[in-house]
Design a protein around this ligand. Structure first.
Ligand code: DGP
Length: 114
């Protein structure tokens, strides 16, 4: 997608602080962190949100979910707990129309979220 910010990050046209990358997934630090650790986990294939998840293969979905738990463990987020969020649509505050999972850690989180 020519006009997609995260596609430009995936292609390298826009720089990011990359944490992990493979054929299917890119993980990088959020530019506007809401926690001491705030990562974005994105599929390399462009889909707008989780509402288009059927456009990804089972292997890609497994890779996204697997990378979340693997990186959470590597960074020690699992010890005290961490949060995974995918804002979907305007009402939920989605500002970039490329599926992404926020992974937030190293602080206390409250429920329900705002
Ligand atoms: P959301 O609002 O849920 O769609 O999340 C989009 C996130 O993307 C938001 O937390 C800020 C982050 N973001 C926006 N532009 C950039 C950028 O250029 N680089 C990085 N690393 N993150 C960005």
């Amino acid at each position: 997608m020519d006009d997609c910010l995260f596609c430009k990050i995936i292609s390298g046209d826009i720089k990011s602080d990359k944490i992990f990358e493979n054929e299917f997934v890119l993980v990088f630090r959020d530019i506007n962190p809401k926690a001491p650790v705030h990562l974005l986990v994105v599929p390399k294939k462009h889909i707008a949100s989780i509402m288009e998840i059927e456009k990804l293969g089972h292997g890609e979905i497994a890779e996204i979910m697997g990378s979340i738990s693997r990186i959470a463990k590597e960074l020690g987020l699992d010890k005290d707990g961490f949060r995974v969020v995918t804002n979907t649509g305007q009402g939920a505050g989605q500002s970039v129309a490329h599926l992404h999972f926020h992974v937030l850690g190293k602080r206390t989180f409250h429920w329900p979220p705002g």
